[in-house]
Design a protein around this ligand. Sequence first.
Ligand SMILES: Cc1cc2nc3c(=O)[nH]c(=O)nc-3n(C[C@H](O)[C@H](O)[C@H](O)COP(=O)(O)OP(=O)(O)OC[C@H]3O[C@@H](n4cnc5c(N)ncnc54)[C@H](O)[C@@H]3O)c2cc1C
Ligand code: FES
Ligand code: FES
Length: 475
Amino acid sequence: MNILECIINNASVKIPANHGIVLLDFLRQHEHLTGTKEGCREGDCGACTVLVGELQGDGVYYRSVNSCLMPLSDVHGKHIVTIEGINQPKELNPIQQAFVNDGGTQCGFCTPGFILSLTGYFVNNGKFEPADALQAVDGNICRCTGHTPIKKAIHHIVDSLKNNSAADGTFLSYCVEQKILPDYFLAIPARLRSINTAPLTDVHIEEEHTIVVSGGTDLYVQKAFTMHAEKIKNIASWRKSIPITEDENTIHIPGTTTVEEFRLSPVVAKYFPELKRQFECFGSTPIRHRATVAGNIVNASPIGDMTCLLMALNAVLTLRDAGSSRKIPLRQFYKGYKLIDKKYSELIESVSFSRPKSVTRLSYEKVSRRQFLDIASVNTTMVFEQTEKGMLQCGISAGGVAPVPLFLAKTSEYLNGKMVNGDTLKESLRIAQTEISPISDARGSAEYKRLLLRQLIAAHFMKYFPGAVRKGSLI
Ligand SMILES: Cc1cc2nc3c(=O)[nH]c(=O)nc-3n(C[C@H](O)[C@H](O)[C@H](O)COP(=O)(O)OP(=O)(O)OC[C@H]3O[C@@H](n4cnc5c(N)ncnc54)[C@H](O)[C@@H]3O)c2cc1C
Ligand code: FES
Ligand code: FES
């Protein structure tokens, strides 16, 4: 596609292809929308937060994203909203006013990001809870005001917006009625429908030096200063209309599924309801809105959270290369540090794992230097069937303790068919230590990571066998 068409605030915009640059640079340098701020350029501070609206059914769904990591090539057919686009003509909108009333802004550098993250929350929800509204700003950091007045402002705005009382009950018209959004938003669904967005059903990667970009949350951090000059292929919309599904035997996840779509998936919630809360520790809301399942796997970080989870579930990757496809177990995908069993032209089309049974149990644990917005020092997942004959089909994965995301094959094998007691646990912890080779780095010393993994595996057991495993048996 040589011309990208989108709506930026109230303006229809056609952009000649310059696919490698990020949305932040386009907004500030080409559109002069300088309310969107540049802070870290690494997805960490939220100063660059914008809303990206996409048609979903009859309406438009808005997601907060870090514009510093979003390739411009992904704006086609979307509504991009910056702080300038939610200003009312003569007055502050209620969110902006609450920030002023409660002293939630001083230098103002972080403020547009906070306001847009909150706007995204109100536009997509009918019922408002302070805890959920606070969660929506988990990717925004204020360095000078302090977060207490910001929290106060958020509580006040939630209190003043208790019920969706719009005549037609839609979130968009409610937000317009409440002056959270200007009137022009009501026409956006129809305007987006008029843009020709042919779905990307098939992708062919022809040249070895084409960089495949999905969410961009790894690539635009790792190659921040060179991506603008690269030949890139944006696949974020590939098979985008396909949700996570299940059939009689298998759960299927399209590769371009975002971490937030995974976290909120009804299919995932049916089997592993606790993951919705636990995966709040994956980056932040705007990062999860972009980060994809396949991106996490191919990035091959030894501490990838999605990879850790899927490895314990014994997931299988379907790799597509033009017309052909092949399957490979995730446990066999990693060949060395950042070395994967994949040709440059192969794409992860989907990831699947066996449908959990009623006796299937999953425990996921992660320790990072900060509780939120940080990648793991060590992470681990344990999946097993809890039966009268003991543990069956046991799979334990561990991240941060080897050059690759690790499947603890010997530990898992040892536990198969075992009844759990203090001795079983001690022996499994001993075997796990023989399978790992952590190194000392910014995330902790090798000894610390060994200790962490030991404690996290013990935590798996204490979750499901609280009677069988006593704290004393761990010493
Ligand atoms: C602030 C911040 C916080 C983060 N927090 C976490 C965290 O808590 N836990 C965690 O695990 N990660 C975290 N990450 C890392 C990152 O968000 C994840 O690894 C994410 O899943 C990458 O997905 P993506 O779609 O953005 O990948 P991209 O950057 O688009 O791509 C990454 C790699 O995958 C390849 N690729 C992407 N899709 C496909 C496909 N379908 N087929 C073949 N190749 C493909 C690309 O070519 C590239 O090599 C964080 C990143 C940031 C910036
Ligand atoms: S500039 Fe900090 S998250 Fe984008
Ligand atoms: S008001 Fe200055 S960084 Fe938040």
